[in-house]
Write a protein that binds this ligand. Structure first.
Ligand code: ZN
Length: 300
């Protein structure tokens, strides 16, 4: 049965299971003047069918646009399918770049370089990590044409004006969408009620950086919006945005303080290499530890 709930006037949250190792993903349908889908789910038949069913339920005949919070497969995956049905896809240029590099495969050689050079991951672990990542490739497709949206622009969705807020950290070009009038923030994976999204890794001015420092900055920026309610990409809507931001910040600093660096990020992540751990778990741990270490360096 379709899990759909009106979360604001003419705005509906669809909770849809996706074939990857996460909680169901939340997609949002905006009925009204500009029929809109915010985040698209994986490019799989069940997800697409569920969106179509949701559209029917709320009286949307045709989607005019899809807004993408970030390029990951559970959020942007099916955007191309809806584009082929006539919707315009909006995404940040930065995340579009990452999305394309994932679809076209350059992302994998980059992951290989970062894993070996930045994290000290031994060759033997690389194929496992790449295999998991590559398995996700068929869950997404890049639209032929997208429209770039950038921070501080506004866009209509349904009957609501949304302001675009730059919230990098989990990805380099992650966006959140803010309905200022009603005090609602569509936070994607930037702010989640039950977990802290793993920080991304990317290149900035020729250097490889962790997304962790940007993530903390993003937390500060959205807390300053002085709004309460956030509608996340996973989990239930939260009515304590500012408290949640503070809680996450405290947890991250706590983890950073408790973290004892080993010789390499890999050795920390793998419990000093004593036991092989699942490559998916390893992948996520490497990102966190790299983030804590970058924070430590910045804190001096
Ligand atoms: Zn997600």
């Amino acid at each position: 049965m379709l899990d759909i709930k009106e979360v604001a006037q003419n705005v509906y949250m669809l909770k849809i299971p996706v074939p990857i190792n996460v909680d169901a993903v939340n997609l949002y349908l905006f009925a009204g003047e500009v029929p809109t889908l915010l985040d698209a789910g994986t490019n799989t038949p069940d997800v697409i069918e569920a969106v179509h069913e949701g559209m029917k339920k709320v009286g949307i005949k045709k989607l005019e646009q899809v807004l993408v919070t970030h390029w990951h497969v559970d959020h942007a995956g099916a955007a191309n399918t809806f584009a082929q049905e006539g919707a315009q896809v909006y995404v940040s240029s930065r995340d579009h770049h990452e999305w394309a590099s994932f679809v076209h495969g350059q992302a994998f050689s980059r992951l290989n370089d970062w894993a070996t050079q930045e994290w000290g991951v031994p060759e033997i672990e690389i194929p496992g990590m790449l295999k998991i990542s590559k398995r996700l490739q068929h869950l997404t497709a890049l639209p032929n044409q997208v429209t770039f949206i950038e921070p501080e622009q506004t866009i209509m969705a349904g009957n609501d004006l949304l302001r675009i807020i730059s919230t990098p950290g989990h990805t380099a070009g992650h966006l959140s969408f803010y309905n200022e009038k009603d005090g609602l923030l569509f936070s994607g994976d930037m702010l989640l009620p039950d977990e802290i999204p793993y920080p991304g890794i990317w290149q900035e001015e020729g250097r490889v950086v962790s997304g962790m420092p940007s993530y903390l900055e993003s937390l500060k920026n959205i807390a300053a919006l002085q709004t309460k309610v956030y509608l996340p990409g996973h989990g239930l809507p939260g009515e304590n945005l500012i408290e949640r931001c503070l809680e996450i910040k405290e947890q991250l600093y706590q983890q950073m303080t408790e973290h004892c660096p080993a010789d390499t990020v890999y050795l920390s992540a793998s419990n000093y290499g004593d036991q092989r751990i699942h490559p998916g778990v390893l992948f996520v741990k490497l990102h966190y530890i790299y983030g804590w270490e970058q924070l430590k360096r910045e804190a001096g």
